[in-house]
Design a protein around this ligand. Structure first.
Ligand code: SF4
Length: 470
């Protein structure tokens, strides 16, 4: 059994995060004064926070302590534990002792990538990525005024469920009736809340699920509702996550052009049709190319395409081949996600490409994709890590020129307010901390996740948001 005894602090979550990085996702338990992982290796450590702010981790008579400047206590305890576990297991994590989902927020506080390597043991390629991306995020954020609002409109329905999906999304083949009622409820919520939010809007993101799963009539009606009720002025970025090519029709593309949608996402995930079909996506790579070319012909010049590295049934060469095919299409944005098996996904952990040793497996796959994108003139503009990914890798958005999405950067930064409509959305208000440039206190207001309950309780959800933003 694996066991860390906490001394001088009660930062159970920070300790658990580091334990999880090294030993996958154990069923770790927080007991009085300790974190234990019943299925972990037979190791017992003591992690102590001293009154002067230093942290030392003890293991079999050895003391692990960083000799250099102190970090804040939450980071300090993770650092000494990381040093011990890295030594005991001979493993080095790509992101070192950084466990949070936004490494660029830490990079903002540092003067060079080298600082991330030295203070947090981040591998040099990841330190460079975080540092470069953090500067680009800061540049893009200057285009989102602090008093402005970002809007999220969520449609948690999809034409079928992808095997790797971990979102709360309903398959419309079982819930078609709900979709129409859901869209009507969404419009009701937007109409109720918008009059009370009189603030400039910088970015709108219509996401899901797959918003284009709506029939043309409902889809057009939702766009009408958004443009009629929200204060969308010229210069506001409006993204529709068209997502699955099998849901994108000429009529929906035309509706988006008429309304002035500035950015759309057409997400292939892979350019191998056999993988797509095995994963439960009802479209082929040819469908992606056809829809993409149609959108370009209709005048969409800001298109994002998502890829997933580490899909089941694929190896590095196949992923690299998909990256090359997307680069040939030349969309303005390409986002590379790394797959990790999460609780709700149907795929098994064994089906997901392993990180293996550094430079192999998923790690190599991602690195090769990044290299190709950089060679083709793309640069990273935003990134985040998902919680509980055993491999500890990241998702990175790449852009050509000044086309990085304002919404993606603002939402991830946790320093711009977000008003979220629809089931499962999270509204947030961010308050700048005294004397701090990047640190904000964030208050959150979740919306109920279940679509059916959301339909029944729309008015209550709307009232809650009016109150939250009052
Ligand atoms: S399109 Fe996205 S949200 Fe929908 S089932 Fe697939 S992974 Fe899940």
């Amino acid at each position: 059994m694996f066991e860390v005894i906490l001394k001088g602090h009660d930062k159970y979550y920070g300790i658990s995060d580091v334990v999880r990085m090294f030993f996958g996702v154990p069923e770790e338990l927080k007991e009085e004064g300790k974190v234990i992982a019943p299925d972990g290796p037979d190791i017992r450590l003591v992690n102590e926070l001293l009154p002067d702010g230093r942290s030392v981790t003890f293991f079999e008579g050895k003391a692990y302590e960083y000799e250099g400047g102190l970090l804040e206590p939450g980071r300090e305890i993770k650092r000494s534990l990381y040093m011990a576990l890295s030594d005991i297991t001979s493993k080095r994590m790509p992101w070192g002792c950084l466990t949070g989902i936004r490494p660029t927020l830490v990079a903002c506080e540092e003067e060079s990538a080298k600082d991330l390597e030295e203070k947090y043991f981040v591998r040099s390629d990841k330190a460079q990525l975080a540092f470069e991306t953090s500067r680009e995020e800061q540049r893009i954020l200057t285009k989102v005024p602090e008093n402005s609002l970002c809007i999220y409109v969520g449609i948690p329905f999809c034409p079928s469920r992808c095997e790797y999906c971990s979102f709360v999304s309903s398959d419309i083949s079982c819930h078609m009736d709900r979709l129409v009622n859901y869209e009507a409820a969404l419009e009701r919520e937007i109409r109720m809340v918008s009059p009370s939010v009189r603030r400039p809007i910088s970015a709108v993101y219509v996401g899901g699920g797959t918003p284009t799963v709506l029939e043309e009539k409902e889809f057009g009606s939702l766009l009408d509702c958004i443009y009629t009720n929200l204060n969308i002025t010229p210069g506001c970025e409006v993204t529709v996550e068209a997502g699955r090519p099998d849901t994108i029709t000429d009529g929906k593309l035309a509706a988006m052009r008429e309304h002035g949608i500035t950015r759309i996402c057409i997400n292939p995930q892979t350019m191998r049709s056999d993988t797509l079909l095995r994963l439960g996506r009802k479209h082929t790579a040819e469908d992606t190319v056809r829809v993409y070319k149609k959108a370009v012909d209709m005048g969409f010049d800001l298109i994002n395409m998502d890829l997933i590295a580490g899909l089941p049934y694929e190896d590095t060469d196949e992923h690299v081949d998909s990256t090359k095919k997307l680069i040939e299409l030349a969309p303005a944005n390409i986002t590379v996600h790394t797959l990790y098996k999460k609780r709700r996904a149907r795929i098994t952990r064994e089906q997901v490409m392993d990180t293996g040793r550094p430079g192999t497996g998923l790690d190599e796959c991602v690195a090769k994709s990044y290299d190709l994108l950089r060679e083709a003139g793309y640069h990273p503009y935003y990134m985040y890590r998902q919680k509980d990914t055993g491999h500890g890798l990241e998702n990175t958005g790449f852009a050509r020129g000044d086309t990085g999405s304002l919404y993606n950067v603002a939402m991830m930064s946790d320093c711009r307010d977000v008003l979220s409509f629809g089931a499962g959305g999270m509204s947030k208000r961010c308050f700048r901390q005294e004397g701090e440039l990047f640190k904000h206190r964030v208050e959150r207001c979740p919306t109920i996740k279940d679509a059916l309950t959301y339909i029944e309780r729309t008015e209550e959800m709307a009232a809650k948001k009016i109150d939250f933003f009052a």
